[in-house]
Ligand binder design. Sequence first.
Ligand SMILES: N[C@@H](CCC(=O)N[C@@H](CS)C(=O)NCC(=O)O)C(=O)O
Length: 214
Amino acid sequence: MPLKQSSQHPILYSFRRCPYAMRARLAIHYSGIEIEHREILLKNKPAAMLEASPKGTVPVVVLPDGTVIDESRDVMMWALQQHDPQMWYHGLTEEQQAGINDWIDRNDNDFKPWLDKYKYSVGYPEHSEAYYREQCETFLKQLNEQLSKSAYLLGEAESLADNAIFPFVRQCAFVNKTWFDAAPYPHLQSWLQQFLESARFEDIMHKHPLWQAD
Ligand SMILES: N[C@@H](CCC(=O)N[C@@H](CS)C(=O)NCC(=O)O)C(=O)O
């Protein structure tokens, strides 16, 4: 049963520093969809969000007809289905689309679990922080290698792949920025820097007051 809600715009439940929420906000910003932004705290999730999506992760989108989209990749795809003006995904060849999906799969399934252990290494004492970082480097090297051949992951124009992945590389970089900046990944460093300095990133990182239910 779709959930009822009164807003005429889609609602986005979001948490500013979450990389999954960032990629959703990037795609929504790019597509130009107007949304009602509801900033939440992960330690105090609003009942309305949990009612829409009991698994309790951000991002969550609730459409005016009550449809709930609660996986960040699905939110990105939903946004691009509305409007994809610079061909981040639609209009690309099937092979390019498969390439995008492959990059995002590797980010989400292989890299992110190691990134969590690297970032919170005290909680995983079976290995050292340096060990977890080395595991992360497998993916960082692959990204750097690709970016040595083309400006973006899929070629000379940015695509869904770059925007789905850079928030996670950012998170990894900021665990120890001094290390990241000195690491032998110059192409990856400048690719990340370019996204961090972009107007879109600045826009999606604006601070919102916490959402309060009426
Ligand atoms: N597979 C989900 C993962 C989203 C996710 O794990 N988000 C984190 C924040 S970065 C979260 O909400 N965690 C729940 C919590 O910390 O309580 C997606 O892609 O949307």
